[in-house]
Write a new protein. Structure first.
Length: 220
C-alpha cells in the first residue's frame, strides 16, 4: 500500500491538476496526504475536494512539509510529488513492481521530462531532454528506508532532497533508476525547478555535508 505525500504552499493554481494525475494511477494510492504549508489561498479546499487528507502547518518550507507528511503516512511505501508537477498514469505501478521483484531494493527513481507553465510565455528556458530524475517526485521508497536515512533537513531550502539522498546512500540504502519517464516537471516562475541564490547556496551546503560525511565516516 502506498502513501502519497504532497507538500503545498499557495498551490491553488496547479494542485487540482497534480491531484488528478495521482487519481488516474493504474495502481491507486492508498492515501493522499497534502501538507498545507501555511497557504493563504484555496490550497486546502482544493485538496479536500479531491479526496486528499490535509495536514496543516505554519509555513516552514517543503522539506519540513515532507517530514510532516512522512510522519502522517500510514503505509509501507511512500511517494512524493510537488504540488505543481504531474505523474504519468503508470508511475506507481512500474515502481511497485520493481520493489516487489527485488526485496533488497529500498527505493526506485525514474526519468523526468520538463514542461512549461502557460504563464511563462517563453520567458524561461525549458529543457527538452528527458533525463534521470534524482528528485523526490520520481521516487517510490520504503517507509523504513526514509526513517533509516533520517528527516529532510529543513534548513537546506531547495537542496534538502539532494542532502537526504546522499545520507541515504551513505548509510547503505539501495536505489534503482528506471528508464521510463515517471515525472512531468512544471517549469514556472518561483517554482522548485528554477534557480535562485538561496537554492544555489543550499546546493553548496548539501555538497559540503556529503564531503564531510565521506571524510569522517559520519552518518549525520
Amino acid at each position: 500500500m502506498i502513501s502519497v505525500v504532497i507538500p503545498a504552499w499557495n498551490a491553488a493554481a496547479t494542485l487540482a491538476e497534480t491531484l488528478a494525475s495521482v487519481a488516474v494511477q493504474s495502481l491507486p494510492a492508498s492515501e493522499i496526504i497534502v501538507v498545507d504549508d501555511g497557504s493563504t489561498d484555496a490550497t486546502a479546499e482544493i485538496a479536500r475536494s479531491a479526496g486528499a487528507t490535509v495536514v496543516a502547518q505554519s509555513n516552514q518550507g517543503p522539506a519540513a512539509a515532507m517530514n510532516t507528511g512522512v510522519a502522517a503516512a500510514r503505509h509501507g511505501l511512500i511517494a512524493f510529488l510537488d504540488a505543481d508537477d504531474l505523474w504519468p498514469a503508470g508511475k506507481l505501478a512500474l515502481q511497485h513492481r520493481a520493489l516487489t521483484e527485488e526485496a533488497g531494493l529500498d527505493g526506485v527513481f525514474g526519468h523526468v521530462a520538463c514542461f512549461p507553465d502557460p504563464a511563462l510565455d517563453g520567458r524561461l528556458h525549458v529543457p527538452q531532454d528527458v533525463a534521470p530524475g534524482w528528485l523526490a517526485g520520481t521516487l517510490l521508497v520504503r517507509r523504513a528506508a526514509v526513517l533509516a536515512a533520517g528527516p529532510f533537513d529543513a534548513a537546506l531550502r531547495g537542496s534538502a532532497f539532494i542532502d537526504w539522498t546522499a545520507r541515504a546512500r551513505h548509510c547503505g540504502l539501495r536505489f534503482e533508476m528506471l528508464s521510463e519517464t515517471l515525472l512531468h516537471r512544471r517549469i514556472r516562475f518561483g517554482g522548485l525547478g528554477t534557480r535562485s541564490s538561496t537554492r544555489d547556496a543550499g546546493y553548496v551546503a548539501a555538497a559540503r555535508a556529503a564531503i564531510l560525511r565521506r571524510r569522517d565516516g559520519s552518518s549525520a
